[in-house]
Ligand binder design. Structure first.
Ligand SMILES: C[S@@+](CC[C@H](N)C(=O)[O-])C[C@H]1O[C@@H](n2cnc3c(N)ncnc32)[C@H](O)[C@@H]1O
Length: 268
């Protein structure tokens, strides 16, 4: 049950994958219908909540590293619902002056997120398609919040599988980085097409007769190709849990789990 002060959930009877994700991340911005869909997903793919948490843990470690590097401004592509440990929480805990422009294509996600962020003058939430960079880069909200003469980090966390090769994901990343200034860094995590994941998607479609949207999961080599215009920083493009794991914790490398890879990179 969400707390009494929680923002409303639009169309609570119609589940939203963004709220399923929030549920798996331990957030309270989800409805009974979202939790039912979460159960259906985990019936077919018990590893899915783990994968979601792996991406979110990378976001936390990458944002922490970027703030320590002096970055105070972030543009987050395909943000989902900014509850449960999102960019502004991580960044502003370390440096309260950090500013974050969130973006998402889903209008319900955008409306609910704006409600969640109401009153936070250091965040903005744009309704935009990552494949239309001009809608984000030319936005008055972005220019009102960010100073592009200062370093900006672009975040693409578990979103580029929504961008097929035909939309030119490598060129898109380059376009964003070029517009966001010479000190722009990119933090990217991407789900890989492992067999278990593809089997689980097929199983879900068979059981529930609901084909999931086409996703361009990419191998680590294909993700590397998205970063051709970038210099990948240490420790390189690596399995997500191995990207600068927290000191004193054993990175989880259970091969039973779905795989993904992650990197932070600078424009060459
Ligand atoms: C898998 S979720 C990842 C959310 C978030 N980045 C995170 O790591 O928790 C993908 C998000 O991308 C959004 N999305 C899908 N296609 C998009 C597009 N073309 N442009 C912008 N956002 C998109 C979805 O609505 C969803 O919220």
């Amino acid at each position: 049950m969400p707390p009494i002060w929680a923002p409303s959930i639009i169309g609570a009877q119609t589940p939203k994958t963004a709220r399923v994700r929030d549920y798996w991340l331990g957030g309270s911005h989800n409805s009974a219908a979202d939790r039912r869909l979460a159960e259906q997903f985990t019936l077919c793919a018990p590893q899915l909540p783990y994968l979601v948490r792996t991406h979110r843990d990378f976001l936390r470690r990458a944002v922490t590293r970027l703030v320590h590097d002096g970055v105070r401004q972030f543009v987050d592509l395909g943000s989902g619902i900014p509850a449960a440990g999102n960019v502004h929480e991580v960044a502003q805990r370390l440096a309260p002056e950090c500013r974050v422009v969130y973006t998402d294509i889903d209008p319900v996600v955008v409306t609910e997120s704006r409600e969640l962020l109401a009153g936070d003058t250091r965040t903005a939430y744009l309704h935009a398609d990552v494949r239309r960079p001009e809608h984000i880069l030319d936005s008055p909200d972005l220019h009102g919040l960010l100073d592009l003469d200062e370093p900006v980090a672009l975040l693409a966390i578990d979103v580029l599988h929504h961008v097929p090769d035909s939309a030119g994901p490598a060129e898109l990343l380059t376009t964003y980085a070029d517009a966001l200034g010479p000190a722009c860094q990119v933090a990217l995590s991407h789900t890989c097409p492992d067999e278990q994941l593809l089997d689980a998607i097929a199983l879900y479609s068979d059981i529930y007769h609901q084909p999931l949207p086409e996703c361009a999961f990419r191998s680590a080599a294909e993700v590397g190709d998205l970063l051709v215009a970038f210099e990948v920083s240490e420790p390189g493009l690596v399995p997500i849990p191995l990207w600068l794991p927290d000191p004193d914790t054993e990175p989880d490398q259970n091969p039973e789990y779905f795989s993904g890879c992650a990197a932070v990179a600078r424009r060459r």
